[in-house]
Design a protein around this ligand. Structure first.
Ligand code: 2U9
Length: 332
């Protein structure tokens, strides 16, 4: 066997095999494995060169330089492949992390205040300006707070007009926010100036002006020496702030919780339009919460938010404000 020749062949074969493997390495980790495998101290090339000890003194430098050339070539292959893989890695990273500032943004439509809430906000602003506090209470009420405490006992005819939804436990969905004022009076002492906006319920036949769920705002003032004149002045200031300086009139009416009671009409486009109810707080109401009727008097008023919104925005059907139709809502 010709040892130098066979050693030279082994070196060249190993070099070719290594070149091929290195060129097809597709990760930096596998490339490093190949380097250790071929050029490491315990690698394939070192293994082949171990038999160089058997060579003659003349042959050794010749095979030595062939081996060095093979190692340098493999190292050059490794360096080039490493460069390629590193460049590819950076390219992929740039591609995945690039922010395209010319791309159209994510469209977030801007919401608006619903016409009902807008109406409530406007009314509250005016009453807060007159020194009133805003109060709220439960929509599920007891018979006591919705009717009894408001001078409307079980056999009272006014119950017919305020039929509502009853729960199995005997509670009901409130028919007005007046129960909020009763609760407020129970915890506060006069002088009282309070407004209660909120959702109320009635058993009603739905049409363009009636809904089974609607919104009300009621106000209540209790103090020493309040008169019907104070009530008229308060309502006039409020209606003028909302509708402008239009004629208003008070028409005698009836509510169980006020005495005397009145409807308030507004002259709107040449026609008298009923817009509110009001009156002096019935003494039974003061009694129900333990206020001294000889010292205190009070006035109260209430109106339907939807009705105000319909008049102001010239709406033809109350159901539009509950329909969530963007074509309608976008107009406000
Ligand atoms: C207490 C004492 C008195 C509240 C009042 C009205 C008149 C009234 C209706 C108008 C149309 C509601 O939306 S509507 O159906 N309201 O006419 N409300 S006086 O009187 C009270 C409330 C609480 C303790």
């Amino acid at each position: 066997m010709n040892l130098p020749n066979s050693l030279e062949a082994q070196i060249l074969t190993l070099q070719q095999e290594g070149e091929k493997a290195i060129s097809s390495a597709n990760t930096l980790e596998s490339l490093e494995e190949l380097r250790i495998n071929y050029l490491g101290k315990k690698g394939k090339m070192a293994g082949v060169l171990r038999s160089m000890g058997q060579l003659s003194a003349e042959e050794r430098p010749k095979i030595g330089s062939i081996a060095n050339l093979a190692k340098e070539t493999l190292q050059a292959f490794i360096d080039r492949q490493r460069q390629t893989l590193e460049t590819n890695k950076i390219k992929a990273q740039i591609e995945s992390e690039t922010l395209d500032v010319t791309m159209p943004g994510i469209f977030r439509p801007q919401g608006k205040i619903h016409p009902i809430n807008g109406m409530i906000d406007r009314a509250l602003d005016i009453f807060i300006g007159m020194g009133y506090t805003v109060a709220s209470g439960p929509e599920i009420e007891t018979d006591y707070y919705n009717f009894e405490a408001l001078n409307t006992p079980l056999d009272h005819p006014a119950r017919d007009m305020q039929d509502t939804f009853y729960l199995p436990d005997g509670n009901l969905l409130r028919t007005h926010t007046s129960s909020v004022q009763i609760r407020y009076m129970e915890t506060e002492e006069p002088p009282i100036r309070v407004v209660a906006p909120g959702r109320v319920y009635r058993r009603d036949n739905i049409d363009s002006t009636h809904a089974v769920v609607f919104h009300q705002l009621e106000l209540l003032a209790i103090d020493e020496g309040l008169t019907f004149g104070d009530l008229k002045g308060t309502i006039k200031v409020f209606l003028q702030a909302i509708f402008g300086d239009l004629p208003i009139r008070f028409r005698a009416s009836y509510f169980p919780f006020t005495e005397p009671s009145a409807e308030v009409d507004l002259q709107w486009n040449g026609r008298w339009l009923e817009v509110m109810g009001c009156g002096m707080v019935h003494p039974n109401m003061l009694k129900a919460v333990g206020y001294d009727q000889d010292i205190y008097t009070g006035f109260a008023a209430g109106f339907g938010i939807e009705r105000f919104a319909m008049v102001l925005h010239q709406l033809d059907d109350i159901r539009r404000v509950y329909a969530s139709d963007l074509r309608f809502l976008k107009q406000f």
